[in-house]
Design a protein around this ligand. Structure first.
Ligand code: PMP
Length: 421
C-alpha cells in the first residue's frame, strides 16, 4: 500500500483506515462524520443490543451515545427490527406513496395535537432547511433569528448558529440574513426584531440547545419569541430534533408554547434516517402540490416505508409512562452525578432523559476537555457522544443507570484531575 501521499495527522495511524490506489484514505480524514472526530482513531461499532454496544477493540460498552440521542429504545429493539424488516421485505422504497407514511403521521400528530400536518424528510438538517423555506415563502421575507452556539443541522443558514468557525463556504448573502443572539437574551431578541420586524421570516429555537451548553431556554425567552412572532407575522419554529423525547407531547408543550412549525428527527425513525416538518394546516398548506404556488419539496427517500414503519413502532413503544420513567431516571442520574462531581468544580446540565457534565459556569466546553472526558468514559466502558451528550434509552433499568452514573462520575473526576494537574 502506498501511503506516501497521506497526510499523517488526518489518519492518525487509524488501524481501520483503508487507502485507495493513490494512497489516500477513502474517507476524508479517515472518518465518516465530523461529529465522530476526537483527534484519535475511534473504536468501530461491531454490534449493538439493548443498551450495550460491542466494539472492534473487544469492549462491551454501555451505550449512552445512542447515535446522538436517536436510539430511544437502544440497539436492535426486537419490535423495531421486526417492523423495519417487514417493511424492507415488502420493498425498500417506491415512487408512489405507501401506507406507513400515514401510520407515522398519526403516531406523531397524536402526540402533537395542536398541529395538523407533517411532511417527512430524511434528516433533521433537511427538515430545518425546508422549514426555513416554508417560513420565507409564507412571509415573503428572508431574515432568520437563531441562538448563537446552537445547532440546527448543516444547511447553510443553520450553520450560522455555530459562529465564525462554521461559516467557511457559507455565502455572505446567507450570513447577512441571519441574526444570532446569546441563548436567553430576551432584550436582544426584542431589540433585534423591533428594530426591523419586516426583515424576519422566522425565529428558530431549540429549547435545550446542546452545543450552546445544554442549559434549557427560559420560559420568558420562549414567551417573548412567541409574542414577537405573533405580533409581527414571523414564523416561530421550535426545533425538537433532540428535545421531542423530553415530554409526552414534546418539549414545547412542557413550556405551554405552540410553535407555528416544529421540526423533528432522531427518535421518530426508530434508528433509520428521518426528519419531519410539522405545523398547522395554515402553515403547511404551501407544501400541498395542488395549491397555486406550492413549494417543491421532494427527496427520493422521503417517507420511505422502512423508516416510517420503524419510526411508528418506536413511537408506539415510547408511551407517556415510558417518557415519565426515563425522565425520572434522568433526574436521578443528574442529581447523583452532580453530587459526586461538584466538589471537583464540575456540574451537570440537561433535562429529562438527557444529561451533560461540564466544568462549572463554562457554557461551551473546549474540544480538548470534551475529548478527554470521552476517552475517560470509554476506558470505563461507557460510550458518550464525543461532545459529552449523554442519553438514556428505554432498555436501561435503574441498575444500569446507577452503573452508568458511577462510571460517568469517575470519568469526570479523572478528567478534572488531568485539567487541574
Ligand atoms: N436540529 C437539532 C436541534 C439537532 O440537534 C440536529 C442534529 N443533532 C439537527 C437539527 C440536524 O439533524 P440531522 O443530524 O438528522 O441532520
Amino acid at each position: 500500500m502506498n501511503t506516501s501521499a497521506v497526510n499523517e495527522s488526518s489518519t492518525q495511524h487509524d488501524p481501520n483506515a483503508r487507502f485507495g490506489a493513490r494512497g489516500y484514505p477513502l474517507l476524508p480524514g479517515a472518518i465518516g462524520r465530523s461529529t465522530f472526530y476526537t483527534g484519535t482513531p475511534m473504536p468501530y461499532a461491531v454490534r449493538g443490543q439493548g443498551c450495550l454496544v460491542w466494539d472492534d477493540r473487544g469492549r462491551e460498552l454501555i451505550d449512552a451515545n445512542n447515535n446522538f440521542t436517536t436510539l430511544i429504545h437502544g440497539n436492535a429493539h426486537p419490535a423495531l427490527v421486526e417492523a423495519g424488516q417487514r417493511a424492507l421485505a415488502d420493498g425498500a422504497c417506491f415512487g408512489i406513496p405507501n401506507e406507513h407514511e400515514w401510520e407515522l403521521a398519526e403516531a406523531l400528530l397524536s402526540r402533537l395535537p395542536a398541529l395538523d400536518q407533517v411532511r417527512f424528510t430524511n434528516s433533521g438538517t433537511e427538515a430545518v432547511m425546508s422549514a426555513f423555506r416554508v417560513a420565507r415563502a409564507i412571509t415573503g421575507r428572508d431574515g432568520l433569528v437563531m441562538a448563537l452556539g446552537g445547532y440546527h443541522g448543516t444547511s447553510e443558514p443553520a450553520l450560522c448558529a455555530g459562529g465564525q468557525a462554521y461559516l467557511r463556504g457559507v455565502p455572505i448573502g446567507v450570513i447577512d440574513d441571519v441574526t444570532t443572539l446569546p441563548v436567553n437574551d430576551v432584550e436582544g431578541l426584542r431589540a433585534s426584531v423591533e428594530r426591523d420586524p419586516t426583515k424576519y421570516a422566522a425565529i428558530i429555537i431549540d429549547l435545550l440547545p446542546n452545543r450552546a451548553g445544554m442549559i434549557p431556554v427560559n420560559l420568558e425567552f420562549v414567551r417573548e419569541a412567541r409574542r414577537l412572532a405573533t405580533a409581527y407575522g414571523i414564523v416561530l419554529i421550535i426545533d425538537e430534533v433532540i428535545s421531542l423525547r423530553l415530554g409526552p407531547h414534546g418539549y414545547a408543550a412542557e413550556y405551554g408554547v405552540t410553535p407555528d412549525l416544529l421540526t423533528a428527527g432522531k427518535i421518530i425513525g426508530g434508528g433509520l434516517p428521518i426528519g419531519a416538518i410539522l405545523g398547522t394546516e395554515e402553515f403547511m398548506r404551501c407544501l400541498d402540490p395542488a395549491q397555486p404556488g406550492s413549494l417543491p419539496h421532494s427527496g427520493t427517500f422521503s417517507g420511505n416505508p422502512v423508516s416510517m414503519a420503524a419510526g411508528a413502532a418506536a413511537l408506539k413503544l415510547f408511551t407517556p409512562d415510558e417518557v415519565a420513567r426515563l425522565n425520572e431516571l434522568g433526574a436521578h442520574a443528574r442529581q447523583t452525578v452532580a453530587d459526586r462531581i461538584e466538589p471537583y468544580g464540575w456540574e451537570v446540565r440537561g433535562a429529562g432523559s438527557l444529561l451533560r457534565p461540564a466544568p462549572q459556569g463554562v457554557a461551551q466546553v473546549d474540544a480538548t476537555t470534551q475529548r478527554k472526558l470521552w476517552w475517560q468514559c470509554y476506558e470505563r466502558d461507557l460510550l458518550l457522544a464525543p461532545g459529552n451528550l449523554t442519553s438514556l434509552s428505554t432498555p436501561m433499568t435503574s441498575l444500569v443507570v446507577d452503573d452508568l452514573v458511577e462510571r460517568l462520575a469517575d470519568a469526570v473526576i479523572a478528567t478534572a484531575a488531568t485539567i487541574h494537574a
